[in-house]
Design a protein around this ligand. Structure first.
Ligand code: SAM
Ligand code: SF4
Length: 316
C-alpha cells in the first residue's frame, strides 16, 4: 500500500530473534532496556505472513539477531514462503550456520541471502564478532553461491581503526573477484555504539572510494538504498549504503516488525505499534496505521537519531 507521501510500501523486514552467537562491536551493546522479550511463534509469524500478503508485499526479509539460531527456522521460511508467496524471500545472516543450512533454506523457499562479513582477516574478524569463525563464514558464503540462490550479497560495516584501512577494503573486495556476490559497505549507524564511541568509530563512504578508485557507477540498479558500482573484471558488484551521509527516505519502501512483535515504521525513529495477539484482520489494520504514520524522513522526526534500541532487536 502507499503511505501518505505516495511511497509504495511493499517490503517487510521481520526480525525473528534477538539471540545471536556473535557479539559484533557495532550491534550487540546489550543495554537500553530492550532485554529478552519472547520471540514471535511460528503461528504468530503465519498471521504476519497472511497480513503481508493482504497488503501486497512483494518482498519479505527474515533477520534478527541471528535468524539461523532459531531451531524452527526452516518451518518459518516454508510457512512465510507458502502463505505470503512473495517474489522475494530473503534472509540476512552472519553466515556461521549457512554451510550446513543453505540447501534446506533454498528448499524452504528462500530466494535471496545476505551475509555479514566485515573483514578478510581472521584476527580482525574475531575482534569484531567475538568469534573464531572467519573460515566457517567464508565456507557458508561459498555454499550459498553453489546452492543457486537468486542473489547472494555481503554486508560490511567499516569501523575506524579496526577494519578501515584502504588495504583491508581492497582485500575484502577480492570476494567479488572470486564469486558472483555483491559486496555492500554500510555506514555505521548509532545503534550498538553511542555518543563519542560512535563518532570515534564512524567511517564515511569516502574511504571506499579512495580504496577503490576504479568503481564505475551502475545507473538504475534497483537495489533499494544501495548505490551500486561495478569494477572492471569482477564477477560481483560493490554497493554503498550511506544512511548517515546521504538520505534515501524518499524512496523508502519498508516496514519492520521487530523480534518482540512491535511494528516500527522507520528504522531511525522510535515510534512503534504492537501486533502481538492480533488476528489477521487486526494485524492488517495495525500495519496500515503504521504505514500511514511513516515519517517523510527520519531527519524530520523530533526523535531522529536519538537511538533507543539495539540493532539486534530491529534486524537492520
Ligand atoms: N545477524 C545477522 C547479520 O549479522 O547479518 C542479521 C542481523 S544484523 C542486525 C543485520 C545487519 O545490520 C547486518 O548486516 C549488520 O552488519 C548490520 N548492522 C548491525 N549493527 C549496525 C550498525 N550499528 N550500523 C550499521 N549496520 C549495522
Ligand atoms: Fe549478531 Fe548480526 Fe548483530 Fe553481529 S550484526 S551481533 S551477527 S545480530
Amino acid at each position: 500500500m502507499e503511505d501518505q507521501y505516495s511511497r509504495k510500501i511493499n517490503y517487510l523486514r521481520l526480525s525473528l530473534t534477538q539471540r545471536c552467537n556473535f557479539r559484533c562491536l557495532y550491534c550487540h551493546a546489550g543495554r537500553n532496556g530492550c532485554s529478552a522479550p519472547h520471540e514471535l511463534s511460528l503461528s504468530e509469524i503465519a498471521v504476519i505472513a497472511r497480513a503481508a500478503s493482504e497488503l501486497d508485499c512483494t518482498a519479505i526479509r527474515l533477520t534478527g539477531g541471528e535468524p539461523l539460531v532459531r531451531s524452527d527456522i526452516l518451518d518459518i521460511c516454508e510457512t512465510v514462503h507458502v502463505i505470503a508467496d512473495t517474489r522475494k524471500l530473503g534472509i540476512t545472516t552472519n553466515g556461521f550456520f549457512l554451510g550446513r543450512l543453505a540447501g534446506s533454506l533454498y528448499d524452504a523457499g528462500v530466494t535471496h541471502v545476505n551475509v555479514s562479513l566485515d573483514t578478510a582477516d581472521e584476527a580482525v574478524f574475531e575482534k569484531i564478532t567475538g568469534m573464531d569463525g572467519y573460515k566457517t563464514v567464508l565456507k557458508g558464503i561459498e555454499k550459498a553461491v553453489e546452492t543457486g540462490f537468486k542473489r547472494v550479497k555481503i554486508n560490511a560495516v567499516l569501523l575506524n581503526g579496526v577494519n578501515d584501512s584502504e588495504e583491508a577494503v581492497r582485500k575484502l573486495t577480492e570476494l567479488t573477484e572470486r564469486f558472483p556476490v555483491d559486496l555492500r559497505f554500510i555506514e555505521l549507524m548509532p545503534f550498538g555504539l553511542s555518543g563519542s564511541d560512535y563518532l570515534k568509530s564512524f567511517v564515511s563512504k569516502e574511504l571506499v572510494f579512495r580504496a577503490l578508485p576504479d568503481l564505475e557507477k551502475i545507473p538504475d540498479y534497483g537495489e533499494g538504498p544501495a548505490v551500486m558500482y561495478r569494477r572492471p573484471g569482477s564477477m560481483g558488484n560493490i554497493g554503498i549504503i550511506s544512511p548517515m551521509t546521504s538520505c534515501f527516505c524518499k524512496s523508502c519502501n519498508r516496514i519492520r516488525i521487530l523480534s518482540d512483535g512491535r511494528v516500527r515504521p522507520c528504522l531511525l525513529c522510535s515510534r512503534e505499534f504492537s501486533i502481538r495477539g492480533l488476528d489477521v484482520k487486526d494485524t492488517v489494520n495495525v500495519l496500515r496505521r503504521a504505514i500511514v504514520s511513516k515519517p517523510a524522513s527520519y531527519r524530520d522526526g523530533s526523535d531522529s537519531l536519538r537511538i533507543n534500541c539495539e540493532m539486534k532487536r530491529i534486524g537492520g
